[in-house]
Design a protein around this ligand. Structure first.
Ligand code: AVI
Length: 312
């Protein structure tokens, strides 16, 4: 990981417009800060999707029209909290299924599995660590239909062409009749979105600056965190929230592991993250362009978020 990380940092910080990928936010400390973000009242996404999965489990199962048993494969399961209510509904209604949480963190998956077994003793969990596509490819041979879950607006962190590419890859690794439930954050009052990302507690700022601390630690760099700030901007027309780290002065940073010094101008930016918001029409078009048939949508009561069900 560190090699790829070093290569990406080198490429991103020597580009004309500096950038770093948000996928590198999630070291242990970054994952903890992300938990803090999800607990902020301003970050409405977590509650909205939790509400959908708690209140509409029955409707989701009905929309699947699956024979039993079936597989539920969760891509990037994390702590599995949002999925818990859905799984609980299935167990309590004696629905026969296998739950396959996939994550890159062994620790996260172990914790999730033991917690689930404790809280839902009847559940059949088959956790997997590693590459989504290897695991999906193997699952394509399963005799049972599969529901893939890609929740939490993770799709919003991909540029539109990359999102389509990823969804097409999911599609290529599914059987005809398999379904995909994707979580999208919807366009809404721009102030609501602004407050979720440019939060007044400074937690999202810490989340971004943690990436510089990670580069200091893993690549032996000397970023001085106090000389950098955070800025983010929502464009209600495109639906893009773009996050940046801002250099507060003209400065030079040394990154020993890649044998580079990086010059920063006063107010120079590093683009760190895209968090894209969609309209329902855009979601439908994305389903079609990635070769899925959109079949049902599940909205929270405020219409802030949607879990959209697609069929291969
Ligand atoms: C993980 N991902 C969906 C989050 C998002 O909303 O884009 C990450 C995040 N970035 C800032 N706040 C939360």
């Amino acid at each position: 990981m560190t090699d790829k990380f070093a290569q990406d940092v080198l490429k991103g910080l020597t580009a004309k417009n500096k950038h770093l990928s948000s996928k590198y936010f999630y070291d242990d400390n970054g994952s903890r800060i992300f938990q803090e973000i999800m607990n902020m009242p301003e970050y409405y996404l977590t509650d909205a999707e939790f509400e959908i999965l708690s209140m509409q489990s029955k409707q989701i199962v009905e929309a699947l029209q699956f024979s039993q048993p079936f597989n539920i494969i969760e891509l990037g399961a994390g702590d599995g909290l949002k999925t818990f209510k859905f799984l609980e509904y299935l167990v309590n209604n004696n629905i026969h299924f296998y739950y396959v949480p996939i994550d890159i963190s062994q620790e996260a998956v172990d914790l999730l599995t033991s917690r689930l077994k404790e809280r839902l003793p009847g559940i059949n969990v088959r956790p997997q660590i590693g590459d989504y596509f290897e695991i999906l490819k193997a699952n394509k041979k399963s005799d049972y239909p599969s529901l893939l879950l890609f929740l939490g607006s993770n799709i919003g962190n991909y540029k539109e062409d990359k999102a389509e590419e990823l969804l097409r890859l999911f599609n290529a690794n599914m059987k005809v009749g398999d379904k995909l439930l994707v979580g999208f954050d919807l366009k809404k009052n721009p102030i609501t979105i602004h407050n979720a990302y440019y939060d007044k507690h400074g937690i999202t700022k810490r989340f971004n600056l943690n990436l510089l601390l990670r580069i200091n630690r893993e690549l032996d760099a000397d970023f001085k965190i106090d000389d950098f700030d955070f800025y983010c901007h929502y464009n209600p027309i495109t639906g893009n929230v773009k996050s940046y780290i801002v250099s507060l002065k003209k400065q030079i940073v040394e990154i020993k592991a890649i044998d580079k010094t990086i010059d920063f101008d006063y107010n120079e930016l590093i683009w760190t993250e895209l968090s894209k918001k969609y309209s329902l029409d855009e979601i439908r078009n994305l389903a079609l362009s990635s070769k899925f048939k959109p079949s049902s949508i599940f909205l929270d009561c405020k219409h802030y978020f949607v879990d959209s069900l697609w069929e291969k």
